[in-house]
Design a protein around this ligand. Structure first.
Ligand code: C5P
Length: 223
C-alpha cells in the first residue's frame, strides 16, 4: 500500500481537523494540523508582547519556534511549542482573534511552510489548513476542500467549546468565523482557495462518519 499524502483545506470550522484526525487514525498516518502551527506562533507573540504588525519580530518567532506534534491519540492531538504542551492554550479567544493577522505575514508563512513540507516528506500524512493543496503540497495524492454553511460551522464550534466547559455566544463565534474567513480569503499570500484538482465536500448535514467514509473511499481510487 502506497503511503499517500492527503491535503484537506477549507474555511474555519468546516470540520477539517476532526475529519483529518479520524482519517489519520484509520490509515495509521501522521496528522499535521497547520492551523495549530500558526496558532502557536500567535500565542508566543501574545506572551512576548510582540505587536501583530511587527513583521520582522513575528518572522523571527516563526523561524525559531520548535513546533512538534505528539503521536496521534483519538482523544487529543497534543501540540508542543518549544517543548511545552500548548494544546489548549492555542484555542483561546485571544489567539482566535489574532491568528489571521499573524498568518498573513510572508516571513511567517515561509518559515512554517518549510517546516510543514519537511513533516510531509516521508508520506503517510494527512495535513489540513488553508493552502495545503494550493501551496504547501501541490503534488498531494488526494486534495479535499471541506465546506459547510456558516450556521453549521458556528454550531459545531460552539459544541466543541461547550465540551471543554467554555461558554461562548453563537453570535460571537459566527462573527469570529466570518472575520477569519474574510481575512484568510482576501490576503495576498496563499489565500484560502480550493485547488483546481481538489474534490469539494459540503459537510452541512453530514456526520463526521459520513465525511470520513467518503474520503477513505476516495483514497482507494488514488493510483
Ligand atoms: O485551522 P485553524 O482554524 O486552527 O487555523 C487558524 C488560522 O491559521 C486560520 O484562520 C488562518 O488564519 C491560519 N492558517 C493559515 N494557513 C494554514 C492554516 C491556518 O493561514 N495552512
Amino acid at each position: 500500500n502506497k503511503q499517500l499524502v492527503i491535503a484537506i483545506d477549507g474555511p474555519a470550522g468546516a470540520g477539517k481537523s476532526t475529519t483529518a484526525k479520524e482519517i489519520a487514525l484509520r490509515l495509521g498516518y501522521k496528522y499535521i494540523d497547520t492551523g495549530a502551527m500558526y496558532r502557536a506562533v500567535t500565542l508566543l507573540a501574545l506572551e512576548s508582547g510582540i505587536s501583530m504588525d511587527s513583521e520582522e519580530e513575528l518572522t523571527k518567532l516563526a523561524e525559531e519556534a520548535e513546533i512538534n506534534f505528539a503521536p496521534l491519540r483519538p482523544e487529543r492531538n497534543t501540540v508542543y511549542l518549544n517543548g511545552r504542551d500548548v494544546t489548549d492554550e492555542i484555542r483561546s479567544t485571544s489567539v482566535n482573534e489574532n491568528v489571521s493577522l499573524v498568518a498573513k505575514i510572508a516571513g511567517v508563512r515561509k518559515a512554517l511552510v518549510k517546516k510543514q513540507r519537511e513533516m510531509a516528506q516521508s508520506g503517510g500524512v494527512v495535513m489540513d489548513g488553508r493552502d495545503i493543496g494550493t501551496v504547501v503540497l501541490p503534488q498531494a495524492d488526494l486534495k479535499i476542500f471541506l465546506t459547510a454553511s456558516l450556521e453549521t460551522r458556528a454550531r459545531r464550534r460552539m459544541n466543541e467549546l461547550q465540551r471543554r466547559g467554555e461558554n461562548v455566544e453563537l453570535e460571537e463565534i459566527k462573527k469570529n468565523l466570518r472575520i477569519r474567513d474574510y481575512m484568510d480569503s482576501a490576503r495576498e499570500i496563499a489565500p484560502l482557495r480550493k485547488a483546481e484538482d481538489a474534490i469539494e465536500i459540503d459537510t452541512t448535514g453530514m456526520t463526521v462518519e459520513d465525511v470520513v467514509n467518503k474520503i477513505i473511499n476516495l483514497t482507494k481510487e488514488v493510483k
